[in-house]
Write a protein that binds this ligand. Structure first.
Ligand code: GCV
Length: 712
């Protein structure tokens, strides 16, 4: 080994900690320095060239500087190493041991990989004698491989560890930020944002904290996310300009996120040719409109060569769209897709289209039906680079709703499943509500019946033809990124499920816990790990218990959607009703006597949902209006179920709070305090939910609680 040479090179590749800014230091989330201890204490060789290889080098260098390890970048002399991170195509090194390790990795790949390559983002991890080897075909793969090693911690160096090949199941793993550039008079800086301001924008301008954006990119890459849209799908006047006059603001963000393999997308207004281009129409069939989109998009790519594409909310909740010109959504999406195609970009066209000016007296209109009615007739008409982005449920990110039937009804269209990490209807990051188990249920759902393809399969598609997984982000300029520190788990879980929707959400939760609260930095790792798991794991079901019952949804306070508002939307234009009266509750969506929504499913589920007898309890009130005395499969009546779950839900929150208190003094006091304060609010709010829901149904039905508990 050339000791002198290596010392020089180490100095070259060690980087300083990121420069301090005026902003307060932010929480390290799932990448605390401690998570890098096992790697940083070793001798690491990085081999290959490219921007993302430099990122790997930078990460490893910082870890080694902190924990006493060493790092070399493609050294031209012999060195002793514990870890090799190498691009497969990088030339041979004058180091027999390293080459032997690489050869062992190659052999392992042949054995487990059926001769397939690792692709743009995949990697292989293998043990070769005393060495841990990560091989990748492309720099992004090396970066994901590095984060995998970090996640595995000591297990990455287990001599008995068999080789593993990893490739993301989904090509695009995307977060949509609903961040406004200019503060919206009602929605603020971030629409449905519960984590402070935006990390991108402040008061009409870029926020300018590029170090924070870089840090964000790093966290996202470590979870698996590789695409992000940086402005709200409701595009206002200022935001529209990002496509043209203010493209530089987007280019700046793209430059910062690129080293972490994240491509930037932009939400655009369908009316852009009019509001930006000065044309008299945005009709997608108009030649001047098509030419405008083509020229504007060309300009975007000149500035941002790896630009991801557009996200569009059209003809929805007041946003402009093709209906104005008598055109349909395929016409609208295709004109943007045509402009993006020569550059490799995609349009994410949202299927969240419904009439938000409904008359509550009109029982024939059903918001749940709308996306299917609008979009399924268009199957096969979208260009190949259009992804129709479908909310996971037919209504709007409720705590419980059935999986959207659109996802089973457009076989000739690329479909993305849209989730909501921001907790608009699930406690707004004031309540602990870990959504992993809910998303897991959605992704494992088999819309064609037991044993058939799943929603994960739809998002994946055949030969990567699926549209991927998208989620509305829950991050902001908050010290903990997500307002509630435990809501970080939702963001992490989304990224991991987007990498592989078949992963077990419970295992992901434990992964997040041990990264964020590293056992080596905790006095009682068993207690901390177990307590966090107990608090989070079932918290979505707890939340469901004390809020709207049996899938009926939307009993939230109007406007801000926080806290109970049982009749809040009952007589409004938004199409979200529960129809409770003195005899019963729920929405009849059967084919026989209701809105016919149940018939939008393939036969197996259409039949299951059609009758109250076969409909699963948790969705009963979504599909049926039933008497309060209706007996559930659980054996309880609907009314008693409402009372019982609401009392239980509040008790469970009280237990959560007590469990959290056992961690006092064991973890970072700032995290402890923030969570403690939010749990106080959760207990208060859950109690309010319980009492309002129970009182409401007691007063409507007149049926007392069979256990005689206090109902007001
Ligand atoms: C961005 C819900 C939210 C809106 C959101 C909309 C959407 O209706 O309340 O704030 O708008 O969904 O998904 O477009």
């Amino acid at each position: 080994m050339n000791a002198e040479g290596s010392a020089d090179l180490e100095q070259l590749v060690f980087t300083e900690e990121p420069e301090g800014t005026d902003e307060p230091r932010v929480h390290a989330a799932w990448l605390p320095p401690e998570a890098f201890r096992a790697l940083g204490a070793r001798r690491v060789l990085v081999h290959g060239q490219g921007m993302l290889v430099d990122t790997v080098l930078d990460e490893v260098s910082r870890a080694c500087a902190r924990y006493g390890g060493r790092v070399w970048h493609s050294p031209s002399w012999d060195v002793d190493v514990d870890v090799v991170l190498a691009l497969r195509g990088a030339g041979e090194l004058p180091n027999p041991a390293v080459e032997a390790a690489r050869a062992a990795g190659e052999a392992a790949l042949v054995e487990i990989g059926d001769g397939e390559t690792l692709g743009d983002e995949g990697f292989l991890l293998a043990r070769a004698g005393e060495v841990t080897v990560v091989l990748a075909d492309a720099p992004a793969g090396l970066l994901y491989g590095l984060f995998h090693v970090v996640r595995l911690c000591a297990a990455a160096y287990d001599p008995a560890r068999p080789p593993e090949r990893h490739r993301p199941a989904l090509r695009r793993r995307m977060l949509n930020h609903w961040d406004n550039v200019a503060v919206h008079p009602v929605m603020g800086q971030v629409e449905r944002g519960y984590a402070g301001g935006s990390i991108f924008w402040r008061d009409g301008r870029p926020r300018g904290d590029l170090a924070r954006i870089r840090e964000y990119g790093r966290l996202l890459a470590a979870s698996g996310v590789n695409a992000i849209s940086v402005n709200n799908v409701n595009v206002g006047r200022t935001e529209a300009l990002l496509l043209t006059d203010r493209l530089g603001d987007i280019a700046e963000i793209a430059d910062v996120l690129r080293p972490y393999g994240i491509r930037v997308h932009l939400s655009v207004t369908f009316a852009a040719p009019v509001v930006l281009g000065g044309l008299s129409t945005a009709d997608p069939m108009d030649e001047a409109v098509r030419a405008w989109w083509a020229a504007t998009t060309r300009n975007v790519y000149e500035r941002i060569p790896d630009f991801g594409g557009y996200v569009v909310k059209a003809d929805s909740e007041g946003q402009p769209g093709p209906f104005t010109y008598g055109r349909d959504h395929a016409d609208g999406a295709n004109v943007l897709a045509e402009a993006l195609a020569p550059h490799g970009g995609v349009v994410h066209w949202r299927a969240f289209v419904y009439n938000h000016h409904q008359d509550w007296r009109d029982r024939s209109t059903d918001r749940a039906r709308a996306a299917y009615d609008h979009f399924t007739p268009l199957d096969g008409r979208f260009r190949a680079n259009v992804v129709v982005q479908v909310k996971f449920g037919p209504v709007d990110f409720q705590t419980r709703e059935p999986v959207s039937p659109v996802l089973a009804a457009m076989p000739a269209t690329r479909l993305a499943v849209e989730l909501q990490v921001t907790q608009e209807y699930t406690g707004q990051q004031r309540h602990v509500c870990h959504l992993g188990p809910w998303w897991g249920e959605v992704l494992r759902f088999e819309p064609w019946g037991p044993g058939g393809r799943t929603i994960a399969d739809v998002a994946t598609g055949v030969a990567e033809s699926g549209g991927g997984l998208v989620a509305v982000a829950n991050t902001g300029d908050d010290l903990f990124w997500t307002g509630h520190p435990l809501a970080q788990a939702n963001l992490y879980t989304f990224g991991r499920l987007a990498w592989d929707p078949r992963l077990d959400p419970t295992a992901i939760l434990d992964e997040w816990i041990s990264l964020t609260f590293p056992p080596s930095a905790t006095a009682d790792p068993e207690l901390v790990g177990r307590t966090l798991h107990e608090i989070l794991d079932d918290s979505w079901r707890t939340y469901e218990r004390y809020t709207a019952p049996l899938g009926v949804g939307f009993m939230v306070h109007p406007g801000d959607h926080y806290g109970p508002g049982i009749d809040g939307y009952e007589y409004t234009r938004w199409g979200t009703y529960h129809f409770a009266d003195r005899d019963g509750v729920g929405v009849d969506r059967s084919r026989a006597s209701g809105t016919g929504f149940a018939a939008q499913y393939p036969p197996y589920w259409a039949q299951v949902y059609e009758s109250p007898e076969s409909c699963p309890d948790e969705l009963l009130l979504f599909f049926h209006h039933v008497p309060y005395e209706h007996v559930l499969h659980s054996g309880s009546t609907v009314i008693q179920h409402i009372y019982d779950t609401h009392f239980t839900g509040v008790e469970e929150v009280a237990v959560m709070r007590r469990r959290w208190q056992t961690l006092n003094g064991m973890i970072d006091p700032a995290v402890y305090e923030r969570v403690a304060e939010r749990l106080d609010e959760q207990v208060r709010s859950a109690t309010e939910w319980r009492d309002q829901v129970n009182a409401y149904f007691f007063r409507k039905s007149g049926v007392p609680d069979e256990r005689g508990r206090t109902i007001y």
